[in-house]
Write a protein that binds this ligand. Structure first.
Ligand SMILES: Cc1cc2nc3c(=O)[nH]c(=O)nc-3n(C[C@H](O)[C@H](O)[C@H](O)COP(=O)(O)O)c2cc1C
Length: 189
């Protein structure tokens, strides 16, 4: 897929087909993610990979419980809170594969670098006919020390962005963008 077309047409996918994502495909995505630029080329990322709809459904229930128990009270005003309380809602959108990008400690800009790797991964997936969706709601739960120990994420790493991956059931809807706000433009003729 031509790069600009990929950038303009990537959208978060929240409805996945039953088509299986193979381990080989996930490895390809991780290699693409690792091509991202990073401060001093320190490449401060690591990847935790989870497969299986049942596993992700169970994680969703636990992550929602954590979210509801720890949210700022003002979050309770958010009408979405009722949806999270329902067991019908799977915050991983019933995907079969979840990749959690983790930042390694002691580097210059590990979180920023991880987000660049995330965008690489999502664009590569799009180019391969896959859909992705970042799942920020799952991040606090993955940062719990007991959960990190359970899933075997090293305790000195920081989960920064969970991303679900799968084949889209249908093309995701267009999501509008604002024109870029230019606060200044100093340009010598
Ligand atoms: C840091 C981050 C966290 C996000 N968390 C969630 C999430 O928990 N659940 C979800 O469905 N989408 C989540 N999204 C997706 C955004 O809602 C989506 O990117 C935005 O609405 C723009 O739509 P698009 O990705 O289709 O262009 C997240 C995106 C980012 C960048």
């Amino acid at each position: 897929m031509e790069l600009l077309k990929a950038i303009y047409s990537r959208r978060s996918t929240r409805h996945f087909s039953d088509a299986e994502v193979t381990g080989a495909v996930v490895e390809e995505l991780l290699r693409a993610a690792a091509q991202a630029p990073s401060a001093l080329n320190l490449q401060p990322w690591a990847f935790a990979v989870f497969h299986g709809r049942e596993r992700l459904r169970a994680y969703s229930e636990r992550a929602k419980e954590h979210l509801l128990a720890t949210s700022d009270p003002s979050f309770g005003l958010d009408p979405r809170i009722d949806r999270y309380a329902s067991s019908a809602v799977n915050i991983f959108h019933d995907a079969d594969v979840l990749i959690v990008i983790c930042a390694k400690p002691g580097r210059l800009a590990p979180v920023q670098d991880c987000f660049l790797a995330a965008q690489n991964l999502m664009l590569a997936a799009h180019g391969m006919g896959l859909g992705t969706c970042p799942i920020g709601f799952a991040r606090p739960w993955f940062n719990r020390p007991d959960v990190m120990e359970e899933v075997k994420i090293p305790s000195h790493y920081t989960p920064v962005l969970p991303i679900v991956v799968g084949y889209p059931a249908a093309p995701p809807p267009a999501v509008p963008r604002n024109p870029p706000e230019i606060v200044c433009w100093h340009w010598d003729d």
